[in-house]
Design a protein around this ligand. Structure first.
Ligand SMILES: [Zn+2]
Ligand SMILES: [Zn+2]
Length: 323
């Protein structure tokens, strides 16, 4: 029992430092560093901020050390501890991929001959793209459901209750949301692996940089961390219909009613465009972040953030939506 607990603590320690030291994680320090450089260039060339004010704007304690940001850091640590205990109980992507592979075998019958469908070089490219697009769509879809279904919104509100945003706000979620997104990731990977192994066998491989899907890597080195920040980098209109800009995700966090339930996408804006929830950035509009403009005294307390969602979920299930 004692060794179990010590192992758990060791795993927790690894999991926490991996969050910033592993390039597979969104808040890897290298990506944050690049985001800061991109933000600095943006402030200098686009916003014409004086050089002396750039560092003050980027590292403002009003953002990084606000009550909201402090709640982000606490949630990050506590959620790690909770999910580390739950994840081993879940089905693994390999087990699920095996089930999908076997089901395909029963459905389709014989497998194609190796190399008969696509040449060797094309399979890893298709697999990498397929995984990226399916993963991005699944993120969009689950995110949209978390807004549209009141009993899920009760939990997703924790993410939206951030008043200031730093790259770590991406991890400011209720553990129930963390669990749903983990299950989503297992499902997406299992479907991709199961289907591709069935059709292409050992031709399957992932195109990676530093062990990361190359498409995800490009997303991360081009400022993905600025989505959760106070630096409103926007793209050209045509590009914001294809890729979600940092400013568009900030609109997603805005307290203005006209911004509610817009821009659910993670990387691709296409899903929102097709689904009618796309909202282009508004460079001239000053945004306030949160669920509403009314600030409640205890809104950043751990008790409110962890327990209130269960109560609101219960009310929602009884058909009584509490905003
Ligand atoms: Zn949301
Ligand atoms: Zn967000």
């Amino acid at each position: 029992m004692e060794t179990l607990f010590t192992d758990y603590l060791a795993d927790l320690y690894t999991s926490v430092y991996e969050t910033v030291l592993n390039p597979r994680k969104r808040v890897f320090f290298g990506y944050i560093l690049l985001a800061l450089i991109i933000a600095g260039i943006w402030l200098k060339w686009r916003e014409k901020t004086r050089a002396s004010s750039i560092a003050r704007t980027l590292f403002s304690p009003r953002v990084w050390w606000s009550n909201s940001a402090k709640a982000d850091y606490k949630l990050l640590l506590i959620n790690k501890a909770i999910l580390l205990a739950i994840v081993p109980l879940l089905i693994t992507k390999i087990a699920l991929a095996t089930v999908i592979f076997q089901q395909l075998y029963e459905l389709v019958g014989s497998r194609p001959l190796p190399g008969s469908l696509l040449p060797d070089w094309a399979v890893p490219v298709c697999f990498t793209l397929f995984l990226f697009v399916l993963d991005d769509f699944a993120r969009y879809f689950l995110h949209m459901l978390m807004h549209r279904w009141p009993f899920l919104w009760a939990f997703h509100k924790v993410h939206h209750s951030a008043r200031t945003m730093t790259p770590f706000t991406v991890l400011r979620t209720h553990p129930i949301e963390g669990l749903l997104f983990t299950l989503r990731s297992i499902l997406v990977q299992a479907v991709s692996i199961g289907v591709f192994l069935f059709y292409f066998g050992d031709q399957v491989d992932l195109v990676t940089v530093l062990g990361v899907n190359v498409a995800v890597f490009i997303f991360n080195v081009t400022g993905s961390n600025l989505r959760h920040s106070h630096i409103a980098i926007h793209y050209w209109g045509w590009l914001e219909r294809i890729l979600i800009s940092p400013a568009q995700h900030q609109i997603h966090h805005s307290t203005r009613v006209r911004h509610f339930d817009k821009n659910f996408g993670a990387v691709l804006a296409l899903w929102d465009w097709i689904g009618g929830s796309l909202h282009l950035s508004e460079p001239k509009t000053e945004l306030r972040f949160g669920v509403s403009d009314t600030v409640e005294a205890d809104e950043q307390s751990l008790k409110t953030l962890y327990l209130r969602p269960f109560q609101e979920c219960w009310h929602a299930l009884l058909g009584n939506r509490h905003q």
